[in-house]
Design a protein around this ligand. Sequence first.
Ligand code: SF4
Ligand code: SF4
Length: 415
Amino acid sequence: METDLKTLRPLIDKCVMCGGCHPDCPTYKLTRYEHDSARGKVVLAGALLDGSLSPTKELSATFNHCLSCMACTSACPAGADPARVIVSARGELFKKYGGYFEKFLFRKMLTSRPAMPFLAAFFNLTAFMARLFPRLPFLSKFSSEGKQKVFPDFSVKNLKGRFPEKTPAKGNTELKVAYFVGCMADWAFQSSGAGVINALSSVGAEVTLVKDEVCCGAPAYFAGDLDAAKISAEKNAGAFAGRGFDYIVTSCATCGSMLRDVYPALLGKTAGEEFAAKVTDFQKLYADRMPSKPVPADGKEKKVRVTYHDPCHLSRGMKITAEPRRILSSLPGVEFVEMADASACCGGAGAFNAKNYAESVAMGEKKGRNIQASGAQIVVTECPSCQMQLMDLTARFSPGVEVLQMSELIARVRR
Ligand code: SF4
Ligand code: SF4
C-alpha cells in the first residue's frame, strides 16, 4: 500500500462518478455539498495531482473535513478506495499547511513516552477549563445545543506503570502475546486495558506490556503528517519486533488497523508485513479461545441487555464483525440485541470531533437514538474514540445507557 498521492493516479482514475459512495458518507449526508462527498474529494485529488488546482489552505480544510470512516471505500463498486486517496491528499497538503502545534504534537509529544504525562495533564486541564469557562472562544466549541461535551478523565499514572511487564497465563502457557495498549487505554480507559490483560491471561496467554511502545501514529497519519506517522512506526517496530511474540494484540480499532494495514507502507514491505502479520484484535483472539457458555442453573437468571457498536476501523478496516457478536451471545447473564445500523459511523473520529464538535454530535444523533431504541442497558464497543463519542451521545440521546469496552464487560460477567 502506497501513501504518496503521486502513486495513486490509478486509483483516482478508477472512479466512474457513480455516486455510490454518497448514501453512506456522514459529511455528505450532513451538508449535501459535493466537495464533502468521497466522489468530490477524489475529483479534487485528481485536479491537485495534475496541477489544475493549486494547493491552498481552503483545499486542505476540505480534505480534513472527512471522518476517515471508510464507508466510501466499502461502498465503491469500482475499487477507487477514496478513503486512502483522501489521506494521501492530506499528506500532500500537510507538507505546506501543517501547523507548528500539530507538528510538535505529532512528532515530539506523541512519539515520546516521557511527554505523555504532560499531554494527559493538558487534556484534564482543558476539560476542567471547559467546565469552568464554557463561553471562552477556544472552549465554547466543546458545547452544542446548550450541553457540554463529556470528557474522559486521564490518569496521573499510566496502565503500563501499574501492571508488571509480564502477566502469566492462568494455567498452561499456550501463547506469548504482546499487548499494544494504545494511548487511551494507557492513560484514560485503564479498566478496559486491565480487562484485556486479565481476559487474555484467562485464555492461556502470557501477556507482555512493551514499555517502549509509543502512539501508533494514527492521529498523525490521518492528519496527513506521514513523517510523524513513520517515526511512530519505526519506534514501535523497534520495540516489538524480533521478541518472539505469537501475536501483537490491540484493543483499539484504529491502533489495530494502523499497525496491520498502514505500517507496511510506512516501514517498507518486508519489515512492515512481518510486523503486520502478528497483529490481531483482542476480540478475535478471545472469541477463538474463550470458554464455552456455561449452562444457567435454572434458566431464570436476570439478564442485562447489551448492544454493540461496530467501530469503522474494526469492521471496515480489520473486517472484524462476527467475533464481538459471538462473545456477546456467549457471555453468562447477557442478552445481546442488535441496534439498527450498528456499523454506521458514530461521528467521533478523534480529531474530527475536537475540531467540529457540533457537527460530530449531529452526525451521531441517530446512533444515540438507535442505542435507546434497542432497549439496551449497555452499549459495547472496541475503540476508545468511539467510546468517548458514545459516552457523549448516550448522555444526550439515550440517558442511563452505560458504555463499555468488550474487555470491561467480560471482566464484569466472568468474575
Ligand atoms: S471516509 Fe467517510 S466521511 Fe470521508 S469521504 Fe469517505 S465516507 Fe465520507
Ligand atoms: S468513489 Fe467509487 S462509489 Fe464514489 S463515485 Fe467514484 S466510483 Fe462511484
